[in-house]
Design a binder for this molecule. Sequence first.
Ligand SMILES: C[C@H](O)[C@@H](O)[C@@H](O)C(=O)CO
Length: 544
Amino acid sequence: MTAYAFPPATEPRAGEPDTVYLVASGDLRQSANVTCWPAQQRFEADLTAAVGKLGRSVRRAHDPDPAKEHGFIDSQRAGIEVFARIPRDAPVIVAEAVWQYSHHVLAGLRSHGGPIMLAANWNGEFPGLVGLLNLTASLTKARVEHATLWSEDFTDDWAVRRLETWLTTGRLTHDTSHVRELPELPDTAEVALGQALGRQLMTDKAIIGVLDEGCMGMYNAIIDDELLNPLGIYKERLSQSTLVAEMRTVSDAEAGQVRAWLDKAGMKFHVGTDEATELTEAQLLSQFKMYIAALRIADDFGLDAIGIQYQQGLKDTVPASDLAEGLLNDGNRPPVRSRDGYRELYPGRPLPHFNEVDEGAAVDSLVTNRVWTAMGLDPATTLHDVRWGADYDGEFVWVFEISGSVPAVHNGGYDKSYSMRQPPMYFPLGGGTLSGVAKPGEIVWSRVFIMDGSLHVDLGRATVRELPAAETQRRLDATTPQWPIMHAVLHGISRDQFMARHKANHLNVAYAPDARTADRALLAKAALFHTIGLTVHLCGEVHI
Ligand SMILES: C[C@H](O)[C@@H](O)[C@@H](O)C(=O)CO
């Protein structure tokens, strides 16, 4: 017998009958976990009561930590340790009332053998639905079978019946009949344009600058080069420390010129003096330096798009990246010159920025930029978080709400845009948003995602509604008032169909001047994606 130190044999624990194990993935940031914990507790109580009424009991797989004053899994290591104690074949519910980092539970779920349910509360207070959508997207990429469910408090018949199905069968499927494959493309100018732009992309190639890859555990948002390069898209992996170093070379005077331009354009800044709780002039100055630095680095590397990770690492170094991001995504923005002053950088056009280094949004923004520009449309695009929604005036109106910034043109211009301090629980060093209420109009929405090992894209149409100011404020107060909001009605897709299908916490949006032009732009975009090799899905009412 050799004297090797073999690991102790571990006997798999059997699950207790009629027992469901509950876990809650949280944020890395202690401040967010403590602030959001009471809402999570309320949701878990609702869910536990619902499961109990169906004759099962819920066992929380990890106790709240009194020292941390919350009960979230707040790291990948903690998640691995929690799942090591869960019987491998037991049913598991991942309960989310908050934004969470999917990699905290990905490892455990990947090797779990029992049924998996992701459940979130239909409540805008914290981004729980956003958290659920990121986790379902990440598990889809990882090919981990799972079910999803959402409800205000799990007392409604729709949710209870589906919860029962899952508890009984270990599976649950939803209605996604709104999704159809791309039919044969018609012989139109838009199709020809999309195909030509697709061939050009694959031939001439494009570079996306990724300043520190992977943000907040969003495993879905990292696209392997082997999937990306065949599209003609290549990553330039850069470091956020380079951005900080470049910011230090930007003078206060140059940064001040950006402010002066925005003041002249009518943008409003909600400024105070307390660094910890208010937006300050010093934070804004730093953000304008980031905007200038980002353009100069992009110019150095010949980037076609750029993504700043920010909420990991940089959030403890400089104020938020959001204001810079919103400016970059607009073709009408403060001019920035090369270091030697001879050239204006990316004059009169956006440098697409993909928030939270979401590489699915990077591919999408790049494609939108090329199609809209070629069609003579304003290419300003952005991602939004699928945050929440409620009926209004007989329609289901979504709250699409990115956590920080949109191009001002989406709000109707700088004079309809404002900047508020980012919430301290997420953004300790502050910095301003680029916020406003999205202007009414016709949009194309889309999402690039990984499924079955390959790249797919969902495309659809929507209309942005103008709601009364009181309703807008109600929706802002029910979500995050500092963040930009879009009131969107999806064409031909119910709330639950969209939640059942959408494979991301984010979706991309781009405006068109009217419905017919939006349909044409969607068609050109579909043709481009098809040409570069993505599987294209049309979602809801789409006229092509
Ligand atoms: C501030 C938060 O971390 C947000 O960034 C988060 O909820 C998201 O937006 C995720 O898409």
